[in-house]
Design a protein around this ligand. Structure first.
Ligand SMILES: Cc1cc2nc3c(=O)[nH]c(=O)nc-3n(C[C@H](O)[C@H](O)[C@H](O)COP(=O)(O)OP(=O)(O)OC[C@H]3O[C@@H](n4cnc5c(N)ncnc54)[C@H](O)[C@@H]3O)c2cc1C
Length: 392
């Protein structure tokens, strides 16, 4: 990879972030990421380097020991990692999960946790989904019963990513049962769980789920987990909003990774299409090669434009949920389109692991489903923007 890539015009500040992150990424080449993919390992050396450079704490305000950056800077940082062939998804949650504490925590909670997280305490796990509550979050059953100064939690979580790479977990529970509340989003609460105690004591049993994309995710069985009441984030019973507000940042940062990976496919394909000769001329001369790449590139640029709009709205303190969801929708589709165009450009070599298209191709499918599916984003736009009847 070289830095001489196609790119949209960025502000000087964002350009500086892209350059500095590229310095880190340059040390972790294609072979490194292929090895990580093949062994299903966690890229700890890469993560350590980002932590040492202050990248993982960039969104924590300076008064708590972080970098005091805004979401657009984090967005270009993650885009850059993926553009270099890395996997920003291995660390993106460390950037935004702390936002739960930052936006909804008490002063004591912020003073206690944020400086530790800035120094490297790992909070990159969020337990929302359950076996019978995926898209329909309000159906969660994991229940936190208050006993004096402690919540006693029982239940199951599904798809809780990076538990083994986390010290803390943001856990969504019911404090009133689904059947006992009038509004289904009521009676849900957010707890901060210290995994360093909960896992060794057996209160949380962790079972890894093997998935196609090299993602580290797990099923959790929670048995009489004790959480101090002081670890309740936000108001009891009003946790749905706490979680949803954090998810907008997740969508924008995820979209940035998809844009980065989409551009990785374009960069690699353009270079290959110029070099590979078939019928005595470069394959890049053929419109059958050019047009799919040009279409994917145009769609990536469009996704990027609304991603910046969403990131700016978020940085200004607006919810920007629609823009964040549209950014996630368009970028995940454009990334997949670029992945397919890359496969067709590389021909048989696209399937050869060593060329670095195959692993990225696999990673490009999951984003159409998680963290939120294409269907659900469309259903949300149809209802909230277009005023059509609610289907979810
Ligand atoms: C690799 C991976 C990592 C994940 N990490 C986390 C994590 O860290 N924490 C966490 O809490 N969760 C995580 N998830 C869970 C993820 O958020 C859910 O998979 C997602 O919300 C969908 O839920 P589900 O898989 O149960 O699908 P379901 O809810 O069972 O839905 C199945 C399908 O039906 C469609 N569908 C449902 N209702 C409608 C409707 N009204 N209209 C149209 N289509 C509909 C959905 O779009 C989906 O395609 C992860 C998932 C994966 C795959």
């Amino acid at each position: 990879m070289s830095r001489d890539w196609l790119s949209e015009r960025l502000s000087d500040d964002l350009e500086a972030v892209r350059d500095a992150v590229s310095d880190v990424c340059e040390k972790f080449d294609l072979q490194y990421w292929l090895r990580i993919d093949e062994t299903d390992a966690y890229p700890q050396e890469f993560v350590d380097e980002l932590q040492a450079g202050g990248w993982l704490s960039m969104l924590i305000p300076e008064e708590y020991g972080g970098g005091g950056a805004e979401l657009p800077e984090a967005a270009i940082m993650l885009e850059t990692i993926n553009r270099w062939g890395g996997v920003g998804g291995t660390i993106h949650a460390q950037l935004y999960t702390m936002g739960t504490i930052l936006r909804f925590g008490s002063d004591e909670q912020k003073k206690k946790w944020l400086p530790q997280i800035a120094e490297g305490l790992r909070l990159q796990s969020m337990g929302v989904t359950e076996p019978d509550a995926g898209t329909d979050t309000t159906r969660i059953r994991t229940f936190a019963e208050r006993r004096g100064d402690t919540y006693v939690v029982n239940g199951q979580k599904m798809w809780t990513s990076r538990v083994e790479q986390s010290d803390l977990l943001v856990l969504l529970c019911r404090t009133r049962k689904y059947e006992d509340v009038e509004k289904k989003t009521d009676g849900i609460s957010v707890l901060l769980v210290d995994l360093r105690e909960a896992v060794p004591s057996g209160q949380i049993k962790v079972e890894p789920i093997r998935v196609m994309s090299g993602h580290h995710t797990n099923q959790l069985t929670i048995t009489n987990l004790e959480v101090p009441v002081e670890n309740l984030i936000g108001e009891e019973g009003k946790g749905f909003r706490v979680i949803m507000s954090g998810l907008n940042a997740e969508r924008i940062l995820a979209a940035s990774q998809y844009i980065g990976s989409g551009l990785y496919f374009i960069d690699r394909s353009v270079q290959y299409a110029k070099e590979r000769e078939v019928f005595g001329r470069p394959i890049g001369m053929n419109q059958g090669i050019q047009f799919p790449l040009a279409t994917a590139y145009a769609n990536l640029r469009a996704a990027s434009a609304i991603r910046w709009q969403a990131a700016q709205l978020f940085a200004e303190g607006n919810e920007g949920g629609t823009e964040a969801n549209i950014a996630k929708l368009l970028s995940s589709k454009a990334q997949y389109e670029a992945a397919n165009a890359a496969m067709d450009t590389f021909g048989g070599y696209g399937l050869a692991v060593e060329y670095g298209i195959e692993s990225k191709f696999r990673q490009s499918r999951g984003p159409l489903i998680a963290p939120i599916s294409t269907n659900l984003i469309l259903a949300g736009i149809a209802h909230r923007e277009l005023g059509l009847p609610k289907s979810f």
